[in-house]
Design a binder for this molecule. Structure first.
Ligand code: HEM
Length: 156
């Protein structure tokens, strides 16, 4: 892989994007927790609503896209080589641990979508969840990140 972007550069950029993505996912529910306990229309609520929106637009959406883009590029390196192989053999070249990581990242992407949808509801004034709920939700990305990183590095 010695083209415009090599494998190791793609791996580095993938990890950088993943750091930003996970950091954002850890912060966003915390902002929602603050909004939930803040005075309606007050200074804290206004500031946190703005911060949550900026976090989604400036950090979360771009880092999701970049993490997926480089992840798919890296995934492509499992498949390239001999295109004359039957499709079954090509898929068999994908390491088994990757499919578990794939489930985790699909889940994490769904979790991201859920947080975005809830953010739009919160911006409209809906307060359907407790502060405690949002604090607990904020732990999820950390647990998923531990599992995803160890799968990628230990390659069990
Ligand atoms: C967004 C979708 C993602 C896709 C499609 C994807 C796919 C991949 C692929 C194919 C590799 C190359 C693995 C290898 O060395 O054989 C990789 C590397 C890596 N991924 Fe992801 N990944 C994604 C998200 C994540 C997330 C969320 C994390 C952590 C929280 C993560 C952590 C890593 C790490 C640490 C490596 C480097 C492993 C190494 O080279 O030793 N990835 N990813």
């Amino acid at each position: 892989m010695d083209h415009v972007i090599g494998y190791d550069l793609a791996r580095g950029l993938h990890i950088i994007a993943v750091i930003a993505w996970i950091a954002g996912l850890l912060m966003l529910p915390r902002f929602y927790a603050y909004i939930t306990v803040s005075q309606p229309g007050g200074e804290l609520e206004t500031a946190m609503l703005k911060a949550a929106r900026s976090l989604r637009m400036i950090i979360l959406t771009p880092s999701l896209i970049v993490a997926w883009a480089f992840g798919i590029f890296l995934f492509g390196t499992y498949l390239t080589g001999d295109w004359t192989r039957p499709p079954g053999d090509t898929l068999a070249a994908v390491p088994h641990w990757f499919w578990l990581k794939f489930l985790l990242i699909l889940g994490l992407s769904g979790y991201h979508g859920y947080l975005s949808a809830e953010g739009r509801r919160i911006a409209k004034g809906e307060r359907r969840r407790s502060e405690k709920f949002w604090r607990l939700m904020g732990e999820i990305p950390f647990v998923v990140a531990i599992a995803a990183v160890l799968l990628a590095t230990l390659e069990p």
